[in-house]
Ligand binder design. Structure first.
Ligand code: SAH
Ligand code: SF4
Length: 415
């Protein structure tokens, strides 16, 4: 698997229809490309291009990889195990940039949300996506995005109402983890750098888990997601175990098995309904990939077992999909699949037509699932004060003037 330094091709949506949008832009690589997110093979190629002899490349790649992904270097100058000449040659051709942060918000519960600025097409504008850090006892989860906007139009999701602008590159996917480590001070300090990289030596990492549940449908940006997540999971680098990385899809069946074999991360599927009729309305992609086939793809997910269960996400919509008969049908539907069921209280957004189910109803629903032998955690709403849900920081800050944005940034920096 190699990541090329050239601009990735936008995936073609052969049978694009009303249920799928096409990207309107393609990523344009800057004159000096960033080495963040490129595979080891592409890094070796880049070294070859600046004259590093072949016999040295493997070792140099290891060194750069370590500086980038264990120590968090953002300048070639920091890479003191490389000769000055090599550092200079690298700096003339490449950068180590992560995406810029346009705004940071910190919730009273410790959740942090970053609005990330990405370059637009050559010479024109920029785009924004979100990345959220959720600290919990004993672990910390980073939620990352895969597209600017989304290919699909789920009716309860704010991202679905936005047009799809472009796919993120592998570097932008890896860059989200790196900038979160920058912001949280979550890199391995110099004196610990020769210790095993599973933690920071004497304290666990702040980012222990990564979920791809931010903006976008990851399986419609397959190559960049695969290459990016493989870098995030690399044991000599960022080293987030594949068992602690979860990719959430709305059900792009042809790429589900590929996600298992080519990425090998945990799978979450946005189910949200127990009949095709209702799922067609909530997740219009269901008209193309119906429930029965989706459940078969989950049953056959490579590596699935009781220790590696598929998570079914189920958003609780009042009077729509939250009856106790729905709960019983849900249990029947996932029978035989090693599964967890994650109930998500609906997070309303301005203009949304749905309401969140009553808490009592969520509890009764959850009890039926629990009694059938499934773990059924209800996803606790986090960071509500900073609108830390799908697509919402972006829309909130879009309404701010340039002056207000600067003030937000300044507030973030003084924290
Ligand atoms: N596109 C992927 C991943 C991103 S969305 C997918 O759909 O799976 C991550 C999860 O948040 C999905 O389960 C999605 O259905 C859910 N979600 C979207 N909008 C929501 C909202 N307003 N309230 C609660 N959950 C929402
Ligand atoms: Fe896209 Fe997921 Fe939102 Fe559906 S729920 S519109 S697939 S981000």
């Amino acid at each position: 698997m190699t990541t090329s330094l050239a601009a990735p091709e936008t995936n073609s949506l052969a049978s694009a229809s009303l249920i799928e949008k096409r990207p309107s832009e393609q990523y344009v690589a800057p004159a000096k490309p960033s080495l963040v997110g490129v595979s080891r093979a592409a890094l070796a190629e880049a070294l070859g291009a600046i004259g590093v002899p072949e016999r040295q490349r493997r070792m140099r790649v290891q060194q750069i990889w370590h500086w980038l992904y264990v120590r968090g270097a953002d300048h070639f100058d920091e890479m003191t195990t490389l000769s000055k000449d090599l550092r200079l040659a690298l700096a003339q051709r490449f950068i180590l940039a992560r995406p810029d942060i346009a705004a940071e918000q910190i919730s009273v519960d410790g959740t942090r949300k970053w609005l990330i600025r990405l370059p637009g097409e050559a010479g024109g504008g920029c785009h924004e996506v979100e990345c959220v850090y959720i600290p919990e006892t004993g672990r910390g989860t980073l939620c990352i995005s895969s597209q600017v906007g989304c290919t699909l139009n789920c009716t309860f999701c704010h991202t679905g109402t936005q047009r799809l602008v472009r796919n993120l590159t592998a570097g932008e996917i890896v860059g989200q983890v790196m900038l979160a480590r920058d912001q949280l001070g979550d890199w391995t300090p110099a004196e610990k750098h020769n210790l095993p990289v599973a933690g920071h030596g004497d304290r666990p990492r702040l980012i222990s888990n990564v979920v791809m549940m931010g903006m976008g449908e990851p399986l419609y940006n397959f190559d960049a997601v695969r290459d990016g997540l493989n870098v995030v999971a690399d044991g000599d680098g960022l080293s987030v175990s594949k068992r602690r990385i979860t990719l959430s899809t709305s059900g792009v069946i042809p790429n589900i098995a590929r996600a298992g074999t080519e990425i090998g991360v945990m799978l979450a599927v946005s189910l949200h309904a127990v009949t095709d009729e209702l799922r067609d309305a909530l997740v219009p992609l269901n008209r193309k990939y119906p429930l029965r086939d989706l459940l078969d793809a989950c049953r056959n997910y490579p590596g699935v077992s009781n220790a590696r269960r598929v998570t079914f996400e189920y958003v609780m919509l009042k009077g729509v999909n939250d009856s106790l008969a729905d709960a019983r049908a849900l249990v029947r539907l996932v029978k035989g699949i090693p599964a967890k069921i994650n109930l998500i209280p609906f997070n309303p957004w301005p203009g949304s037509t749905y309401e969140c189910s009553d808490w009592q109803q969520i509890e009764k629903f959850s009890e039926i699932i629990f009694n059938a032998g499934y773990a059924s955690p209800v996803r606790t709403p986090r960071g509500r004060d900073i609108l830390a849900a799908c697509g919402q920081l972006k829309s909130a800050t879009e309404k701010l003037s340039a002056h207000e944005r600067l003030a937000l940034r300044a507030m973030a920096m003084t924290d």
